[in-house]
Design a protein around this ligand. Structure first.
Ligand code: AMP
Ligand code: ZN
Length: 112
């Protein structure tokens, strides 16, 4: 297994986990870009959003719902951003899909 986030799912690499269930894991980003910055990933290895299949629709919804629930728990009442970077142009660096959740600061739009 050559995937960093699969290793986090397996417990082979430590992470500061916020939440875990049978489908997803959420953990703090190692290089936070905001006071709140965590990632929600599926336990299933899916390399990029391009690889999301029809069968993954419920999983994708569960990731989004988990992001929303944890953002509230982390005190992001004033708002937050949930974003997924896809492939090179999207700025993806880890090829196991993940939803970034950033909050507790004013975020600029559009991103660079
Ligand atoms: P992306 O550029 O969208 O692929 O985002 C990858 C994110 O994973 C970056 O924000 C990294 O800081 C984060 N990251 C990389 N390695 C780790 C790790 N071991 N634990 C937590 N976050 C990580
Ligand atoms: Zn993986």
């Amino acid at each position: 297994m050559d995937c960093l986030f699969c290793k986090i799912v397996a417990g082979d690499i430590p992470a500061r986990k916020l939440y875990e269930d049978d489908q997803v894991v959420a953990f703090h980003d190692i290089g936070p870009q905001a006071p709140v910055h965590f990632l929600v990933i599926p336990k299933k290895h899916i390399a990029t959003l391009h690889d999301l299949g029809e069968e993954d629709k419920a999983l994708a919804g569960h990731m989004l719902f988990t992001a929303q629930r944890l953002a509230k728990e982390q005190g992001c009442e004033q708002g937050f951003r949930a974003v997924m970077n896809c492939n090179e142009d999207g700025g993806q660096t880890v090829y196991h899909i993940h939803m970034h959740v950033l909050g507790k600061r004013q975020l600029a739009w559009p991103p660079g």
